[in-house]
Design a protein around this ligand. Structure first.
Ligand code: XBP
Ligand code: MG
Length: 258
């Protein structure tokens, strides 16, 4: 339990703000591979395996190691991975800008309620910063990037989730202790990162993460819920109302980092 008042919400992006993986990142990786003349196809089953590795460049390297080992010995492999990933980011940006990746239930409502309640907002994600800006601009509201006190994204830290580094980076910039914040995540890697940084964490699962382990989460929900479309509480403490509002967040935050 913590008696420190809740001051900020720190959101993961992929899988938490929106279901960006299957119809977003995966499609963009495949488009980049095709553009480079590669016959690699990351189908949903393979992508499910690759999602264990956070970060797009890291994911491509893992794929090479386990599925295309001969390519790893090519000279300049790091630069090649980086250029493939730049192309992937361009394709992903086009997808996001087309408005085809809506926010998950309850996300826009909660963000507005949290602002109105004076909570500060931040992002802690492994994805590239331009992907975050585009998603907020096109799927939340024009100019909504300015609602966030801090965006921690991509390569600003060397070790990606499940390492806690991106959460430490964000907490330092917010100038807040972990005990004053609540993380909202969708994956085991994200929960591990947040907990290792000392954060109480709400998990909203999705099709890619539903079978993962979420021990130590304050609550595990199907999604953040809406008054007319309540969440299902899958584990941990129920917030009471069926949708994650600021009062429920304060109750989950009071449970502490677990
Ligand atoms: C999300 C990810 C990201 C995206 C790809 O993890 O793993 O790597 O799939 O993004 P989390 P980039 O939600 O835990 O942050 O290609 O831009 O790296
Ligand atoms: Mg995520």
């Amino acid at each position: 339990m913590t008696s420190v008042p809740l001051q900020a919400l720190i959101f993961d992006v992929d899988g938490t703000l929106a279901d960006t993986e299957g119809d977003g990142h995966r499609v963009a990786f495949n488009a980049a591979f095709a553009e480079a003349g590669l016959d690699w196809q990351w189908d949903p089953a393979l992508y499910g395996e690759l999602l264990a590795v956070t970060g797009g460049k890291e994911r491509i390297r893992y794929y090479l190691t386990h599925h295309q080992p001969a390519q790893l010995d090519e000279p300049g492999v790091d630069a090649w991975i980086a250029s493939l990933h730049r192309a992937k980011t361009r394709h992903y940006g086009e997808l996001v800008a087309s408005g085809r990746l809506p926010l998950r239930p309850g996300v826009a409502r909660l963000i507005r309620e949290a602002r109105a309640a004076g909570l500060r907002l931040a992002v802690a994600t492994t994805t590239a910063p331009e992907n975050v800006s585009l998603l907020l601009e096109h799927s939340l509201a024009p100019g909504s990037l300015d609602w966030f006190a801090c965006i921690g994204a991509g390569d600003v830290v060397p070790a990606k989730k499940p390492a806690p580094d991106i959460y430490h980076w964000v907490l330092e910039r917010l100038a807040l202790p972990a005990a004053a914040c609540l993380a909202i995540e969708d994956s085991e890697n994200g929960l591990l990162a947040a907990r290792a940084a000392g954060l109480a964490t709400v998990v909203t699962t999705n099709a890619w993460t539903a079978d993962q382990s979420f021990g130590g989460a304050a609550t595990v929900l199907s999604d953040l819920g809406e008054p007319e479309r309540p969440y299902r509480c899958l584990a941990g403490a129920d917030g009471g109302s069926g949708w994650a509002d600021v009062a429920a967040l304060r109750r989950w935050h009071a449970l502490g980092a677990g």
